[in-house]
Ligand binder design. Sequence first.
Ligand SMILES: Cc1cc2nc3c(=O)[nH]c(=O)nc-3n(C[C@H](O)[C@H](O)[C@H](O)COP(=O)(O)OP(=O)(O)OC[C@H]3O[C@@H](n4cnc5c(N)ncnc54)[C@H](O)[C@@H]3O)c2cc1C
Length: 375
Amino acid sequence: MKVCVIGAGAIGLSAALTCHSLGCHVTVFDPKGFSCRSEPSGEIGAQVWALGPKATRLLTNLAVWRDDPRICAYQRMRVLDSRSDARVVFDDPKLGHLVEADWLTWRLFDRVSKEKVILESKRVTSVTSDGYVCLEVGSTLLFDLVLFAEGRDAATAIASGFEKVDGGHHQYALVGTLGSQIPHSAEAFQIFTSFGPLALLPLPDSDDGPRISLVWSVSPDIYADWRSLSAGALAAKVTQASETVRGLLSFRSKPVWVPLSQHWLKQNSRGSCLAIGDTAHGILPLAGLGANLGFADVSALGDVLSKYPDASGVRIARTVDRERRFDQQAVLKAMSVFSNIFRTDSPTMQFGRSMAFQTAQSHSELRRLIQEWAG
Ligand SMILES: Cc1cc2nc3c(=O)[nH]c(=O)nc-3n(C[C@H](O)[C@H](O)[C@H](O)COP(=O)(O)OP(=O)(O)OC[C@H]3O[C@@H](n4cnc5c(N)ncnc54)[C@H](O)[C@@H]3O)c2cc1C
């Protein structure tokens, strides 16, 4: 089967490796090119992902995952609400890993570049539902299966007839690597502040002491107020809002603002075309599930390709779409509900938050289910 992958982010590259390992002839297109991709060094980049066991299993099977000083295992997750007594703790030696997004994408690229996968630094402009891929340079190529993994923008998918739904929640995230006074002890900490959810995620210690990764989602109004603040002023706000759980904090790298929102496609398949990763579903980073969902799309694609080795691209795309839709929609809805209930200060909602957390805290089976669902 001839497979085209549009987009060489982590999801596109893992899909390319998966299809190649199952005997497909794979071509990956990305206008950003491939020559600039080298192993990250120095300070850990601002974008870090919390990956669950299902994602790391896929990456291990693809020979991408390995022990590395840029990865940190976490064994505990503590979630608090700053405006009520709500609190829930997840303890599990295999909860997951924090990994630098650039390192993981580089590892995937390194693996792909050693295989017989064709890499093209060209932009795809549109694709017909029967697999004709039109390139910006003017040529057209035919594939049996076309995977759209071009990220949130989904411009090629839209130009190819997919319909994108804006799920709202337009916000901004402040992200960056921070030095902390108090060690994290492999605990991921999240607090729902009046400005929005703030997560302090454990990173490997450096020679200069303990490090954590910050993700703080805030409204566009707060972003407008804070965007010109210095790194020192922002770090003071993070220290205070996190109730000094990790002591005084300071930015190790430049703080970065990232626009956020939720979206999905009405259908993730059209003929022999299939949308995966952020192209199919953009979610809030509330529970760190975006890339996990994308890797789950890739695992489902691998399972369907192995189960139906002689099926057409149309059947593969339709089957993966059907198998993944429930999980994708469930996560999108849950993130929306969480975001709404934690943004309101009404006493009823505060009570509701407290009850929900108490229920989760006192029922280990429920906590296990939430963990399983989170990847
Ligand atoms: C603040 C923040 C924190 C997050 N934390 C987590 C976390 O803890 N855990 C987690 O699982 N997820 C997390 N996520 C989500 C995660 O970042 C995304 O789910 C992930 O980056 C999606 O990868 P992707 O490969 O689908 O898209 P991208 O990484 O956006 O890659 C898309 C690629 O497609 C290429 N492209 C674009 N247009 C074209 C075209 N026309 N033709 C060819 N190529 C094209 C681009 O150049 C790019 O290389 C977080 C996100 C944010 C914003």
